[in-house]
Ligand binder design. Structure first.
Ligand SMILES: Nc1nc2c(ncn2[C@@H]2O[C@H](COP(=O)(O)OP(=O)(O)OP(=O)(O)O)[C@@H](O)[C@H]2O)c(=O)[nH]1
Ligand SMILES: [Mg+2]
Length: 296
């Protein structure tokens, strides 16, 4: 059975392995600092953060030295979620990041936990977007509230939340559009959705979850900051890590945004979503760095 790191960071692991085979065999107790720097650069950790991680460490870096430095990047990971029923999750992110697919994954996960889920198709910008969510809802046998293309997305949000409350749902998950004519349009639309959600169910949306495309690596940080300025972010899900070697970007994303990373997406199917646990992530990476090839 593969562990968390092998499952979630396959491509990143291949790069680390390919980068220095001899290093992988020899590095039982220590790794040379410049080698470590190379590995972190290759896996897309930002340079400033690499400097911070390696600051004042000896030339030969031990696992014990490195571990707390890596974990420190996730210090803000803890978050007190509001567990008010139903929980309203607003899913935001740029076009193509994986919002709709991730909604299907989340819904499928909650269903398996025996929870009641309803979806809101508030990406009314494209007809195909509504269809895509309806198709997932059909496959997963989950109700979905939708309207016609071009209708006000906050109207759909209101209806979905009211319906979710009336039907005693556990989770109401709202899809949104990633791209409008310009950024100020998007910002205004998201702000309105948030206001209307609060009207439909006071205190909601409880979780504003940003979906980031993992193949973009650290370049997704600027994008995330913009969404944070618009309406604030409570959690992040990073998708498409199955297709990228930029897994190290997770350190920089967590450290820069100070928002917890909740899950990672590792494929297109409903089960391809795994909970992100910083300790397991760091342990998985360190196991690979310090135990040699035979274990890979
Ligand atoms: N390999 C892989 N593909 C993914 C993952 N998540 C999403 N995708 C794919 O990425 C593409 C875009 O996903 P969507 O869920 O449609 O993205 P979106 O953010 O809803 O896009 P818009 O509605 O256009 O804004 C689809 O082809 C998905 O199958 C993932 O974790 N791994
Ligand atoms: Mg979509």
């Amino acid at each position: 059975m593969f562990g968390f790191f092998e499952r979630g960071f396959k491509k990143t692991l291949e790069v680390i392995k390919a980068l220095d085979k001899s290093l992988m065999v020899e590095a039982i107790h220590h790794i040379k600092k410049d080698r470590l720097e190379e590995i972190l650069i290759e896996s897309d950790v930002t340079y400033d953060l690499i400097e911070e991680i390696l600051e004042n460490l000896p030339d030969e870096v031990s696992r014990e030295d490195l571990e707390p430095r890596l974990l420190k990047c996730f210090e803000t990971q803890k978050k007190d979620w509001i567990h008010k029923r139903p929980v309203v999750q607003l899913i935001i992110g740029v076009n193509g990041a994986g919002k709709t697919t991730t909604i299907a994954k989340l819904a499928s996960k909650y269903r398996k936990q025996g929870k009641r889920v309803i979806l809101g198709a508030s990406d009314t910008f494209r007809a195909a977007a509504i269809e895509q969510l309806r198709l997932w809802a059909d496959r997963l046998d989950i109700p979905v509230i939708f309207s016609k293309q071009g209708h006000d997305p906050s109207g759909v949000t209101f209806d979905a939340i009211r319906s979710g409350v009336a039907r005693n749902m556990d989770y109401i998950i709202i899809d949104t559009a990633g791209r409008l004519h310009n950024q100020s349009n998007l910002s205004e639309e998201l702000k309105k959705i948030v206001r209307v959600a609060d009207k439909a169910h006071a205190g909601s949306p409880h979780q504003k979850i940003l979906i980031l495309d993992g193949t973009q690596g650290t370049s997704a940080i600027v994008q995330a900051e913009k969404f944070n300025e618009m309406i604030g972010i409570d959690g992040i899900i990073i998708t498409k890590l199955d297709g990228t070697a930029k897994g190290g970007a997770i350190f920089s994303i967590a450290e820069a945004l100070k928002v917890p990373i909740l899950y990672i997406g590792i494929g297109e199917k409903p089960d391809d979503l795994i909970e992100f646990v910083p300790k397991e992530f760091v342990k998985g990476l360190l196991d690979k760095l310090y135990k040699g090839e035979s274990k890979l």
